[in-house]
Structures are given as structure tokens and as C-alpha cells.
Design a protein around this ligand. Structure first.
Ligand SMILES: [Mg+2]
Length: 346
């Protein structure tokens, strides 16, 4: 990969994240040119048709695209490349960069550029088509869309991802459960939930969640998650139960594999989002697209220490036996980890 000379097209979202866009472009251009690549940039304004800009750059012979921005920028560029086999790299300069985290792409600018210009591999990941547009991470109805709508760009620039956490906390006050009627690959389902989310990739940086939910962006299926938690403690207990136990034993959470399509309807309109963009209101119709995008990712074990740490955390979590129902149970569980012998006599 290193000796190949490429024509690289950078799509730079100048209002995403906290970095100076001029610095990002200068550094990227310099490193690419040092490596002998040709490079061009497009700065997004938010008003353009990014899909057709990416498509026409692809038609001009650019053979590697780089999305510098958050998850929204990455998925918009992937949408433009959909149907080509042109690879896409991520320069994670957004607020949270969930996809980059999941694909173990370095989050610092210099190592992320080195991955693009140096050694790497290509991974074909699945996508979801919604109203004819490709998305890569997740689509949801309920809490996620309501939170995104309330998290303003101004807040994100000042406080980064903490802005999302703060708004999730606020959302839990006065949270309502919605009545959903869902169709998963032709099978109907009725649930009451605060959120129904269709996931291709983990939203968090916690690898254990991907393992427990069998969330892999390259396995040809999506996971439809029904979240029943309706308070902040309930939500935290739900996450804990996902971590320590198979999710299907979890009273606040259910998960269904989607291999073809999912439709989410509600009696009253509920807000919907996909990859952080507000879509509108239910119904939400999602079609699974296997191998929809070709991403530049690190080689196996290229960024050293993390896999070993993950193995240790996974062992610890497997030793914890019970589903917790109340905050008191959670305290007991911690007690058993700290004093394993005492716990045995309970
Ligand atoms: Mg998958």
C-alpha cells in the first residue's frame, strides 16, 4: 500500500469538532505530498449536495476519499461513494467519531494521517439504506433523535461529547415510553420503549458492548435494539446488564438481528435520526446493504496495547453472574468483585 501513488480527495467539514480546519488541511496536504500522493480538498458548507460532489470527484479519477469530520461527514461521503469500490479513510476530527473508534482508527491527527499514507488494510462494512441514502452507524427513533436535536453545535464545540451526555441526562426527566410496531425481516413485533435503534456499529467506545450484542459492522446483519429503560438509573442498569450478561436476559433491553429490512412505526409521530442527522418522524424504514463501503483501517494489532487490556476487562466481566434489577443489586455486585469471599456467603 505504501508505494502506490494515489489521487486523494479530502472532504473537510470546517465546523465539525474543535480543530482548526486550516491546520488539518495544511498538515494533511503536506504529509500526502511527502508520500508522493496528489491531493485536493473540498470544504463543506452544509448547503451543498455532497453526494454529487463526491460522485463527480470519483468520476474525475480520485481513487481514495478521506472524510475529515464527525460521523455525519463520514456517512455523507460513503453515500457518494456507494456503488463504486473506491476506498474511504477517516480523519476523525469530529466531536465523538464513533465509527473511527469502532474500527480502531487512531483518534489523533498525525497517527490518523500516517494510517492513510502508510500501512493499512481495507475493510468492507455494511450499511443501511434509508430513503435512498446510505448510513453507516445507526438509525433510531425516540431518545437518540430527541437528544441530538437538543445538542446544539455551539454546545458541541465548547464541551465536546460531554454535551451529548448532558442532554441525555436532561432527556430522562419527563421521559415517555412510545408504542412501537416494528417489522423485522417480515416478523411483526409490538413494544413499548423509550428508543428503538437499528445498529451497524457500537456508539460507545466500550468494546464489550459490541461483543455482547454481536455488533460487527462487517457481518452482513444489523441489530435492532429495543430500549425499555425510562430513567437514568434504569438506563445505567441496562448498560451494566448488557456488560455482564447475555442481553436477552435483560428486562430493560431486547435485541433482534436484521438481515434484510426493518420498519419502525408509532401511533404518534416520534423523532428519528440516522448517523447523527435528524431525519424527521416515524415511520423509519431501513434496508440492510452488505459490504456497502470500503474503509481504510489498521492492520491486525497495529495499534498495540488495547487488545490485551480488552481481554482482561472481558475476563473480569464474565465472572459476574447475576442480572441486576435495582441500584442495591449493583452495589452488591461491586462488593462481590472487591470482596469475592464475602460475597459467596450471602
Ligand atoms: Mg453487523
Amino acid at each position: 500500500m505504501t508505494s502506490e501513488k494515489r489521487r486523494i480527495f479530502l472532504v473537510l467539514n470546517p465546523v465539525s469538532g474543535v480543530h482548526s480546519p486550516d491546520m488539518v488541511w495544511r498538515r494533511f496536504k503536506q504529509r500526502c505530498e511527502e508520500a508522493g500522493h496528489e491531493v485536493n480538498v473540498y470544504r463543506t458548507t452544509g448547503d451543498e449536495n455532497l453526494k454529487s460532489i463526491v460522485q463527480s470527484a470519483a468520476a474525475q479519477g480520485y481513487d481514495l476519499f478521506v472524510a475529515a469530520g464527525g460521523d455525519g461527514t463520514v456517512s455523507a461521503v460513503a453515500d457518494g461513494l456507494y456503488g463504486t469500490r473506491i476506498p474511504l479513510a477517516i480523519l476523525p476530527v469530529g466531536t465523538w467519531n464513533a465509527l473511527a473508534r469502532n474500527l480502531e482508527i487512531p483518534l489523533l491527527i498525525d497517527p490518523a494521517i500516517r494510517l492513510i499514507t502508510g500501512e493499512h488494510r481495507e475493510l468492507e462494512i455494511d450499511g443501511m439504506l434509508i430513503n435512498g441514502r446510505l448510513y453507516l452507524l445507526n438509525a433510531g427513533a425516540g431518545l437518540s433523535a430527541e437528544t441530538m436535536e437538543k445538542t446544539e453545535r455551539r454546545q458541541k464545540r465548547m464541551f465536546g461529547w460531554l454535551a451529548y451526555i448532558w442532554n441525555i441526562v436532561l432527556q430522562f426527566f419527563g421521559l415517555q415510553l412510545h408504542s412501537f410496531s416494528i417489522n423485522v425481516d417480515g416478523t411483526p413485533l409490538r413494544v413499548r420503549a423509550s428508543e428503538v435503534m437499528i445498529m451497524n456499529s457500537n456508539l460507545t467506545a466500550i468494546k464489550e458492548i459490541s461483543n455482547r450484542l454481536e455488533l460487527r459492522p462487517d457481518d452482513g446483519k444489523l441489530e435492532l435494539c429495543v430500549v425499555r429503560a425510562r430513567s437514568l438509573p434504569g438506563f445505567l442498569l441496562m448498560v451494566w446488564n448488557i456488560l455482564v450478561r447475555k442481553p436477552y436476559r435483560n428486562p430493560r433491553f431486547e435485541v433482534y438481528a436484521v438481515t434484510r429490512s426493518a420498519v419502525v412505526r408509532t401511533r404518534r409521530p416520534v423523532r428519528t435520526q440516522a448517523d447523527g442527522d435528524i431525519l424527521g418522524y416515524t415511520p423509519l424504514e431501513v434496508q440492510v446493504v452488505p459490504k456497502a463501503a470500503r474503509l481504510i483501517v489498521p492492520l491486525e494489532g497495529q495499534f498495540g496495547l488495547l487488545p490485551a487490556l480488552e481481554k482482561i476487562s472481558s475476563r473480569v466481566l464474565e465472572t459476574i453472574p447475576h442480572v441486576v434489577e435495582t441500584p442495591r443489586d449493583l452495589v452488591d455486585q461491586f462488593g462481590k468483585i472487591i470482596h469475592p469471599k464475602k460475597g459467596r456467603h450471602d
